[in-house]
Write a protein that binds this ligand. Structure first.
Ligand code: CDP
Length: 231
């Protein structure tokens, strides 16, 4: 049966990447975490004096883009592909709250988006891909056969992310995580270029009250129907 393209968009910490990965593993598709790409560009900007608390040199960021090379690579024994920034595995480094604080401003820059979207489109040329992000169903793969838009209450999302960060050993407060999620929601939905919106043909899933298994089965059934051409 022919492979399809699956786009999963939504607010931060809605569990997009968990369900996208489960789906890709089950279907034998490639999973692409587009947020990891924005996070890796952010890490580069932090490491190169482009962004810090009260400073954002957008001109230098734009100039630096040709020097930023991103690649996903997976060893057979890794659960998921890691992102490499200029040849270095930065999968772990890009997940902290520090990067989360700067990523949404970085993701408003048109030139950054144009570069990453072009690479994302390339990765989807052969279909058989599940990609999660903010603009996948609207900009990256507007023709995707299945589009999901995920949501959950901000409090529920902050709880989930707080727990994840604590498990990683980060020394943070719940309130900081909640604020970061609210700030990112605001920037991501109001930016001029490719704001986070539900595509007209996306199916919305609110998983505030769903466990991982229910969520996976709901999305898997939708994918199976699309693959079989039933809907
Ligand atoms: O996992 P989490 O929900 O924290 O976010 P992410 O998917 O890692 O994305 C981090 C940030 O990158 C988002 O808050 C957006 O600002 C940006 N992003 C974007 O603009 N477009 C995408 N396709 C993916 C992420």
């Amino acid at each position: 049966m022919g492979k399809i393209t699956i786009a999963i968009d939504g607010y931060s910490s809605t569990g997009k990447s968990t369900v996208a990965k489960q789906l890709a593993d089950y279907l034998g598709y490639v999973y692409v975490d587009s947020g990891a790409m924005y996070r890796a560009v952010t890490l580069y900007a932090m490491q190169n004096g482009i962004i810090s608390k009260n400073h954002f040199d957008t001109a230098k960021l734009k100039e630096s883009l040709p020097l930023i090379h991103l690649k996903f690579y997976k060893e057979p024994n890794w659960g998921k592909a890691h992102i490499f920034l200029n040849g270095k595995d930065v999968e772990d480094k890009i997940r902290n709250l520090e990067v989360s604080k700067f990523v949404s401003p970085i993701a408003t820059i048109h030139e950054v988006r144009a570069k990453l979207v072009a690479q994302q489109k390339q990765m989807g040329l052969e279909k058989g891909v599940v990609m999660d992000g903010r603009d996948i169903g609207t900009i990256v793969f507007p023709q995707a056969e299945l589009k999901i838009f995920m949501n959950a209450s901000a409090k529920e999302r902050a709880q989930r992310r707080y727990k994840e960060l604590l498990e990683r050993g980060e020394n943070i407060q719940y309130i900081e995580v909640l604020k970061n999620i609210q700030d990112r929601d605001h920037i991501d939905t109001t930016r001029e270029d490719s704001p986070l919106v539900k595509a007209a043909d996306a199916i919305e899933i609110d998983n505030s009250e769903m466990n991982l298994e229910d969520q996976f089965h709901t999305v898997l059934q939708l994918a199976k129907d699309r693959i079989a051409g039933r809907v």
